[in-house]
Design a protein around this ligand. Structure first.
Ligand SMILES: Cc1cc2nc3c(=O)[nH]c(=O)nc-3n(C[C@H](O)[C@H](O)[C@H](O)COP(=O)(O)OP(=O)(O)OC[C@H]3O[C@@H](n4cnc5c(N)ncnc54)[C@H](O)[C@@H]3O)c2cc1C
Length: 443
């Protein structure tokens, strides 16, 4: 019988896992507590995860068609100087930008991501999972983990006031900061020095960055109390949030007073409530991970695996890539009877944990706010194999845009595809590789 996978949560991590699994013919069910589209914080994306969504799911054109503002990089007022500095995804922009108009920038071949309204973006991903054959059930909450002899065998679900137990070969926890499985096993570990609170809202009618980058970049600005994000998420709409170490909820007067000191182009802009309720939204921003990210019958993906302070805007990137990695580990493990499933789950755990640790180190370094800009880049360079990038600046981009980890994932994916193809043709993959080496003079 073909294996059955159950994904808890239909955000970017769960939707990506399910879409990739279903796309390769696996039987997968997703349960999502809400009904999409639903609001979510975390609007500034990275290019590598968009490339993964295109490579695995062909979603590049559909995401571009949503027509969200392009993001060519990030502008910072951060560090020992108050002069803004930028990090641009495409190396060509380091020289071209000074001669470009906004129209030429948008018409050019430059690498970019998008800043999005998460309700629309997340909905697209979950719809894609359904389109590829996943059984997507909205308004269904996972409320418990089913365990037999130390092995996870399913989840208890709640829908329309009724409980149902659903069994599965593997339960993939993508429930975001709810961390259903991680908490069930008591594996959650917070990072004590990276605890903050975010207060945010949307504005209509805000301006943009000077020059051609205009509203095609994300701003991060430090203020004495913390830092502010300014993320254009539509032609006229901007998400603005303040991250501080305070535990208590910030009131409107203080929110507006802090914004007034930041030098952002908000003059005349009108506040819009992101969730249709009060003007301000609040999000807990505590970094955490889990002692293990996979075990017998379970895997943790996206925020449900680990969450790093959003200073580097990496959450959705981790979620999408984690979904691809988790799906690939399962396809490799369950697509071949001889596969060592425990080793594949352990490799998934080690890969995600490694990326997470590199990110936490960089976030910590970042919060030592009296550093020079070059210091941030050098810190990133320490995480990268020396041959992989040319300068500390490019090392920073390679790491924080998710490309380093995405490239690693794609190498494993390609190897798996080749082996599958050879198997289907009845060819011994190892013999082919040996022959290729010999032909190149390496064997
Ligand atoms: C203040 C702040 C700012 C951020 N800014 C950025 C940013 O600019 N860029 C970026 O990339 N990331 C950012 N992030 C991080 C980003 O929001 C998350 O990393 C991302 O949403 C993770 O995706 P996910 O699919 O793992 O989880 P989620 O997006 O949270 O999705 C989890 C889903 O699971 C569902 N669910 C929860 N519990 C259950 C249950 N029991 N049963 C069924 N369904 C359940 C939820 O309804 C939800 O839809 C930010 C985070 C914070 C806190």
């Amino acid at each position: 019988m073909s294996p059955r996978f159950l994904v808890l949560g239909g955000g970017p991590a769960g939707a990506t896992t399910a879409a990739v699994l279903a796309g390769h013919g696996a039987s997968v069910t997703v349960v999502e507590r809400t009904r999409m589209p639903r609001h979510h914080v975390g609007e500034s994306l990275q290019p590598a995860s968009l490339a993964l969504l295109d490579r695995h799911l062909g979603l590049g054109p559909a995401i571009a068609a949503l027509a969200f503002p392009r993001k060519y990089g990030a502008a910072y007022v951060w560090g020992e100087s108050r002069d803004p500095w930028t990090v641009l995804f495409d190396p060509r922009l380091e020289t071209d930008l000074s001669t470009l108009t906004e129209a030429a920038l948008l018409a050019g071949p430059y690498e970019h991501a998008f800043n999005v309204e998460r309700a629309t973006f997340d909905h697209l991903l979950l719809q894609e999972a359904a389109r590829r054959g996943a059984d997507v059930r909205e308004d269904v909450e996972a409320v418990g983990v089913l365990e037999e002899d130390g092995r996870v065998v399913g989840a208890r679900l709640l829908a329309n006031g009724r409980h149902e137990d659903m069994r599965a070969d593997v339960v993939i926890d993508a429930s975001g900061q709810r961390c259903l499985v991680g908490r069930h096993f008591g594996l959650t570990r917070t990072v004590p020095d990276l605890r903050a609170t975010a207060t945010y809202t949307w504005f209509d009618g805000a301006g943009g960055f000077p020059g051609p980058l205009g509203r095609h970049i994300q701003w991060i600005v430090t203020v004495p109390d913390g830092w502010i994000w300014f993320i254009p998420i539509g032609p006229d709409r901007t998400s603005v949030g303040i991250v501080t170490r305070e535990r208590a909820r910030m009131d409107e007067a203080r929110f507006d007073a802090i914004l007034a000191t930041a030098g952002l182009p908000l003059e005349g802009a009108r506040s819009v409530a992101p969730e249709g309720g009060g003007r301000l939204c609040f999000a807990r921003d505590w970094s955490f991970t889990h002692a293990r990210l996979a075990g017998d019958g379970w895997m943790l993906v996206g925020d449900a695996a680990a969450f790093v302070d959003p200073i580097l805007s990496g959450g959705v990137d981790f979620a999408v890539r984690g979904g691809c990695q988790a799906a690939l580990a399962l396809l490799r493990g369950y697509g071949d009877e001889r596969a060592d499933r425990a080793a594949l789950l352990a490799a998934y755990d080690a890969d995600v944990a490694q990326d997470y640790k590199a990110y936490v180190r960089l976030a910590r370094y970042w919060y030592g706010n009296n550093r020079s800009v070059e210091g941030f880049f050098w810190e990133a360079h320490r995480e990268i194999p020396p041959h992989a990038v040319s300068t500390p600046y490019r090392a920073f981009v390679y790491l924080t845009t998710g490309k380093l980890a995405a490239d690693r994932h794609l190498r494993v994916f390609q190897d798996w595809q080749e082996r599958k193809m050879f198997r289907a043709l009845g060819v011994d993959a190892e013999a082919v590789k040996r022959a290729a080496l010999t032909a190149r003079g390496g064997g």
